[in-house]
Design a protein around this ligand. Structure first.
Ligand code: PLP
Length: 444
């Protein structure tokens, strides 16, 4: 019993979580929202750099819903745009709206590879359609992806993300129920490995429809791409007539308004986007060369069929337009890049002081601390050296200090425009305490 006369079981979060588990498989609506040791996390509010749970606990949020709210949660301009959109129309499902036209023009203006663009509701749909149209354009079967990259939940790419050491180098599906012939049609290569790319094209070039890559594989924290690797992808796909797809669902708009392609100067044929475009509203987009995009048709049986009841939903389009306008108008990138640098420097200092071998890395607003020796990782193999018990252990303890980084192996963290220097310093100090507690626990 607590002093108020209630039991721990009476806590609102516990009650909701129990109800959730009774009617929602696993108690959550997306795979990695269920965090071991955190089954009773019931969120009731999010604003700026923070969220709150049903028991009234406040967290400074560095998880940021896997990346969308670059401006911070519930940005007032985005919220106002969505409310205003709701006063005009919900969804008619015929024709086009002025907002969709304006958004397509904006994306084409900002992202170097985008001549034409289609909206989806999620990033997974965008990557699905990218591979479909690549196969339609080339008449070929094979797709190349890289170990550690995640491109959504559909079968062709549902393999070899975070693999155990003994599964690297083989096919490692993230789900059962995928046809073996679908897995066979996806070749998995090591990231940043130019030799493997050249060898694969030499052997299978005539059968490769597409290469899909996260230009910065953030689904395993942060592997920075070597320029000659991205260049080799561009050169080999061009030489062999395959389609190069940059999956910029995370990097797009967060790292630069033009995505990683504007940073690297390497222009893919197709780009998939999502997350930060609409600051938390459900959006995805596929854009690229006009000749490829024109293969998408709204008629069944046309080269590549494309549809979606909610594509270009007025509320989502309004959120995207408001988000992009603010990203263009205000010093958002300057702010989040400076905070990212401050956090990375502060964390590196703390780990060094405590004698914990670490690599603090990331890019701009994204940061991650691996616990390993041997320098900055180049590929997924290097990440197998990460000390998982420290990585997960200190993040679990951070929660007790009111700071949230997702306590799952290799997950990245994000800073938003709403975070302040004081928030960043609080994260660093909370990390110091959480790492000390983890060392004292004897778990590592
Ligand atoms: N591509 C990348 C790089 C992602 O990180 C994700 C999601 O995390 C996706 C695609 C899939 O996007 P969604 O979850 O919106 O379907």
């Amino acid at each position: 019993m607590t002093s108020a006369g209630s039991t721990v079981e009476d806590a609102p979060a516990t009650r909701f979580a129990r109800r959730a588990r009774a009617v929602i498989p696993g108690g959550v609506n997306s795979g990695q929202r269920s965090v071991p040791g955190l089954t009773d996390l019931v969120i009731t509010r999010a604003d700026g750099a923070r969220f709150w749970d049903a028991d009234g606990r406040e967290f400074v949020d560095y998880h940021a819903a896997f990346g969308p709210p670059l401006l911070g949660h519930n940005d007032p301009e985005v919220a106002a745009a969505v409310a205003e959109a709701g006063r005009h129309a919900d969804l008619c499902g015929v024709g086009v709206t002025p907002g969709e036209v304006e958004l397509a023009e904006t994306l084409a203006e900002l992202v170097p590879s985008v001549e034409k663009v289609l909206l989806t509701s999620t990033g997974s749909e965008a990557t699905f359609h990218a591979l479909r149209v690549a196969r339609a354009a080339t008449g070929r079967r094979l797709v190349v992806k890289f170990q550690g990259c995640y491109h959504g939940w559909h079968d062709s790419v549902s393999l070899n993300v975070i693999s155990a050491a003994d599964r690297v180098g083989g096919k490692d599906p993230i789900s059962t129920g995928i046809l073996p012939e679908v897995l066979d049609a996806t070749l998995v290569l090591p990231f940043n490995d130019v030799t493997a790319v050249r060898r694969t094209f030499a052997e299978h070039g005539a059968d490769i429809a597409a290469v899909i890559v996260e230009p910065v594989p953030h689904n395993v924290g942060c592997l920075l791409p070597e320029q000659d690797f991205l260049q080799a992808l561009r050169d080999e796909t061009t030489r062999h007539g395959a389609v190069l797809v940059f999956d910029e669902v995370i990097t797009g708009f967060r790292h630069a308004l033009g995505g990683w392609q504007s940073i690297s100067g390497i222009t893919p044929d197709l780009t998939t986007m999502g997350k930060a475009i609409a600051n938390g509203y459900p959006v995805g987009a596929i854009g690229g060369r006009a000749d490829l995009m024109d293969l998408f048709s709204t008629r069944p049986g046309a080269p590549a069929f494309f549809a979606g009841t909610y594509n270009g939903h007025p509320a989502v389009v309004a959120a995207a337009l408001a988000t992009l306008a603010k990203l263009r108008r205000e010093p958002v990138h300057e702010h989040v890049f400076a905070l990212g640098d401050r956090i990375r420097a502060g964390l590196a200092e703390v780990f060094a002081e405590l004698g914990v071998p670490s690599v603090v890395t990331g890019y701009g607003s994204v940061f991650v601390s691996y616990f390993m020796t041997g320098g900055v990782p180049r590929g997924y193999d290097d990440l197998l050296r990460n000390d998982v018990s420290m990585f997960v252990g200190y993040r679990r303890r951070l929660i007790g200090h009111g700071v949230f980084e997702l306590p799952l192996n290799l997950k990245r963290s994000h800073v938003s425009y709403a975070h302040t220097e004081a928030d960043a310093d609080r994260l660093v100090e909370a990390t110091r305490a959480a790492v000390k507690e983890t060392l004292a626990s004897g778990e590592v």
